[in-house]
Design a protein around this ligand. Structure first.
Ligand code: HEM
Length: 492
């Protein structure tokens, strides 16, 4: 192993472009996954292109995923890639604004807050919020807009479970606006231009401060009154100690809560929206899901959901898994190279952005037959597909180790299925996201007998790649019929 400074060698192929400053941004920006797959055919699994003056090196396929997600701390940095974007939104001293070992401890605090016991207590809360929310879709039949409903429902349920009921009860007034202003500070433009005097930045900074104050006030109030809520993440953070014996400060806890709010909102809400869109386009799958749920409810539509019941819905699991395969909200994972790294026989110089795109691997026809089709059942019968068996085995092993029954933490990065990343930066929100999504979707399946696009199956929403998260194009108009609330109406 030679010292890093002596690492010399071939640069990755540079993908030609026509507009010097914009670089490959135009073709990349509109349809990045198609574009990456196209470049991969021409140049192989590693190539560089220029985007707004930055050198972006993509490494594709399972080996590329491994190189980025299991890269050495000394070689590549998430902090240098993300912090200019995240610090103004989250606040100081958390996530990418602290040393990696400290952030790893912070992640462990959050993970402790997302214990199986806590997740269990969230199911009835999420179910009640969902039923309550969908009273807004009035009448036995009617039309509603899906993306807005899922976005509002996601923030309501996430805040109720993770942030505490105090935040949820404020949500209808101040918090929604604060969230919106923070969110506006979280756009690609902020990644490209960090220091423009944009009015949105001013609103973002004000919102960051107010949001942090909101959490600080709640913590103060809880301490003053001795009132605790053992089931929310905020409480766990209030009581958390670093390994060296110092406490996580309240201001750090507040900033971490903002980080969780931002990390969990668009990811979960778009996944829910995509999944319900796939179901609207596939009434046969919707009908099968109905049967699965009806049987597990013992033929009683009025029985409430619970955590154990959620574990017994393999088709629903498969629908979410398949949605995440085709519509991973985070389609590119980025690091900045701090010392030259050797990957696939090339040397990627310091200063490059090193990117993986698990989403590209998740559409690989070598692994997934008919890769662009939504076929949740492919996850239920993998007897002819050794690669998918390996993916599922990795997931089940980890799920068992974590005692969640679904949703996993850890795992190999050399994989064709990584919607939650892998390695030290892997998502810790997956179990929560699964509980949230399964509860919401199961509740909708129980509530609605039919759920289809107003404009027919052709109306399936297109992908919008212009924000940080792959969003469905809006509006998504749904026409629904409510189920008769009677056990006799059956699943048929
Ligand atoms: C990290 C995806 C929901 C909190 C990640 C990463 C991915 C991801 C791909 C890795 C990023 C990287 O390596 O740069 C998703 C998806 C979600 C979801 C697809 C939902 C369907 C959530 C939720 C929370 C959350 C609900 C919070 C409750 C986090 C945190 C990290 C993370 C704290 C760690 C970032 C790091 O270590 O650098 N997520 N996420 N996520 N996610 Fe999620």
């Amino acid at each position: 192993s030679s010292s890093s400074s002596s690492r010399k060698g071939r640069l990755p192929p540079h993908v030609g472009h026509w507009v010097p400053f914009l670089g490959s941004m135009v073709s990349f920006g509109m349809r990045p996954l198609d574009w990456l797959a196209e470049q991969r055919k021409q140049h192989g699994d590693i190539f560089t292109f220029t985007m707004f003056g930055r050198e972006m090196t993509y490494v594709l396929g399972p080996d590329g995923n491994h190189a980025v997600l299991n890269g050495k701390l000394a070689d590549i940095s998430a902090e240098l890639a993300y912090n200019s974007l995240t610090k103004p939104v989250f606040g100081a001293d958390v996530v990418y604004d602290t040393s990696n070992p400290v952030f790893m401890e912070q992640k462990r605090f959050v993970k402790a807050g997302l214990s199986a016991e806590n997740l269990r207590s969230y199911v009835p809360l999420i179910e009640a919020e969902t039923l309550n929310y969908f009273t807004r879709w009035q009448g036995q039949q009617g039309e509603g807009e899906l993306a807005k409903a899922l976005a509002e429902l996601t923030i309501m349920t996430a805040s109720r479970c993770l942030m505490g009921e105090e935040v949820r009860s404020n949500l209808d007034e101040s918090v929604a606006q604060l969230y919106h202003d923070l969110d506006q500070g979280f756009q690609p433009i902020n990644f490209l231009f960090e220091k423009l005097p944009l009015p949105a930045y001013r609103r973002r900074d004000i919102a960051q401060k107010k949001m942090a104050d909101l959490f600080l006030d709640i913590m103060k109030e809880r301490r003053a009154t001795g009132r605790t809520n053992n089931n929310d993440v905020l409480q766990v953070l209030m009581d958390a100690d670093y390994k060296n014996g110092t406490k996580l400060t309240d201001i750090e806890a507040a900033h971490l809560m903002i980080a969780l709010l931002m990390a969990g909102q668009h990811t979960s809400s778009t996944t829910g929206t995509w999944c319900m869109s796939f179901l609207a386009a596939n009434p046969d799958v919707f009908a099968e899901l109905t049967t699965e749920l009806y049987n597990e409810l013992g033929g009683d539509w009025s029985r409430p959901l619970d955590f154990d019941l959620l574990k017994r819905l393999p088709l629903l699991d498969a629908c979410i898994r398949e949605t995440l395969r085709l519509r991973s909200p985070i389609y590119a994972i980025m690091r900045k190279v701090v010392r030259p790294v050797e990957i696939m026989g090339h040397v990627v110089p310091a200063g490059h952005y090193l990117c993986a795109s698990p989403a590209v691997s998740q559409r690989d026809p070598e692994v997934y037959e008919d890769p662009m089709a939504f076929k949740p059942r492919r996850w239920l019968d993998t007897s002819n597909n050794a690669q998918m068996q390996k993916i599922l085995r990795a997931e089940t092993d980890m799920a068992a180790a974590e005692d969640f029954g679904f949703g996993v933490v850890g795992g190999s990065a050399r994989s064709n299925y990584l919607p939650f990343g892998a390695g030290r930066h892997r998502c810790i929100g997956e179990p929560f996201a699964y509980v949230q999504l399964k509860t919401i979707i199961a509740t909708l399946v129980r509530e609605f007998a039919t759920f289809e696009f107003v404009m027919g199956p052709e109306a399936f929403p297109k992908e919008d790649f212009t924000s940080m998260i792959v969003m469905p194009e809006k509006p998504i108009m749904i026409k629904y019929t409510r189920r008769e609330r009677s056990p006799l109406s059956g699943a048929a």
